[in-house]
Design a protein. Structure first.
Length: 318
């Protein structure tokens, strides 16, 4: 992947194409924001905008965008950046992975993001204009209620289905250019539905901060692969819990059992390996712990809507 450098002076007054990979980035003073990877911006339909980030920070400089009134959802698979508005911190990077951040805005504002050199950001930012919201969602809709206040942040843990859709948005299957916008819009609408459903279902489910932090640690062990071969009893013992308590708290935090989440995390790692390293289906099956490539292919298609061979072809084309 190629990296490019953008300074404030190089983008001032520039009209950004709607469907091109663009880095609409600014930098403070002489600081320059540099990224290696994909960052793009798409206006899918009037009032519905999607921005995708799948990149690594090469410089560690702050950058910002001017945001419009409406509802905004930042959904992060891994990594991310600190968020602030007018010097007020909205969220810190360590709290973003696996979550949706939802906030409303009654007026134009300036959003600043700051990550460190080497940090990875795999996230999407969905922006819904007031006219889109009024025509599509009633006032009682969970998303409208979550974004009712100006810059009043709401955090929501993403479910397994929502994480799978987020992965599809960041790495869609190869298809004709004229079909891609429709696919992206369908995935965004499905993601909005998943988040809204999760907000409604978990409205009365709460974990204390201490318990949630512990479940976030378990999640990181599953995402990294560290716990691939640990039993439930071993995971529970590491966190001074019984197996039943581990399962109950983990489901309350992530809407999945430990084994369900571990399987999905393995599939996400396998997809990255297929697309970036060109592994065979048998090699990817081994990564996920499947002894049968056929069973792996079935699980992969169920999770991502395409065969492992399609993901592997992406590596050959890049």
């Amino acid at each position: 992947m190629n990296s490019k450098t953008f300074s404030k002076s190089s983008i001032a007054g520039t009209s950004l194409p709607e469907d091109a990979a663009t880095r609409y980035l600014g930098a403070l003073g002489s600081s320059v924001a540099r990224f290696d990877g994909m960052r793009d911006k798409r206006n899918l339909v009037p009032g519905l905008q999607l921005r995708r980030h799948d990149c690594r920070d090469l410089q560690g400089a702050p950058w910002w965008t001017q945001e419009s009134a409406g509802l905004h959802l930042l959904l992060t698979l891994t990594g991310g950046a600190d968020l602030s508005v007018d010097g007020q911190v909205l969220a810190r990077r360590p709290s973003l992975a696996g979550h949706a951040l939802i906030w409303g805005a009654g007026q134009i504002y300036r959003l600043q993001r700051q990550s460190r050199r080497g940090d990875i950001d795999r996230s999407v930012l969905i922006s819904l204009a007031p006219a889109w919201l009024q025509s599509r969602l009633p006032d009682t809709h969970p998303l409208r209620q979550a974004g009712a206040g100006h810059l009043d942040l709401r955090r929501h843990a993403l479910s397994r289905p929502a994480l799978a859709v987020l992965q599809q948005l960041l790495q869609p299957p190869r298809q004709d250019d004229d079909l891609l916008p429709l696919y992206m819009e369908s995935r965004v609408l499905e993601l909005l539905h998943q988040v809204a459903q999760g907000l409604r279902e978990t409205a009365g489910v709460k974990l204390s901060r201490r318990k949630f932090v512990r479940m976030a640690q378990v999640r990181e062990e599953l995402e990294s692969g560290m716990a691939d071969h640990w039993s439930l009893a071993e995971i529970a013992a590491r966190h001074h819990l019984s197996v039943n308590t581990l399962q109950r708290h983990f489901r309350a935090a992530w809407d999945a059992s430990v084994d369900e989440y571990r399987r999905d995390a393995r599939l996400r790692r396998a997809r990255c390996a297929l697309e970036r390293e060109g592994l065979s289906g048998a090699q990817a099956a081994e990564i996920t712990g499947y002894s049968s490539p056929a069973n792996f292919a079935t699980a992969f298609r169920r999770a991502f809507g395409m065969a492992p061979s399609q993901a592997a072809r992406a590596a050959l084309k890049n």
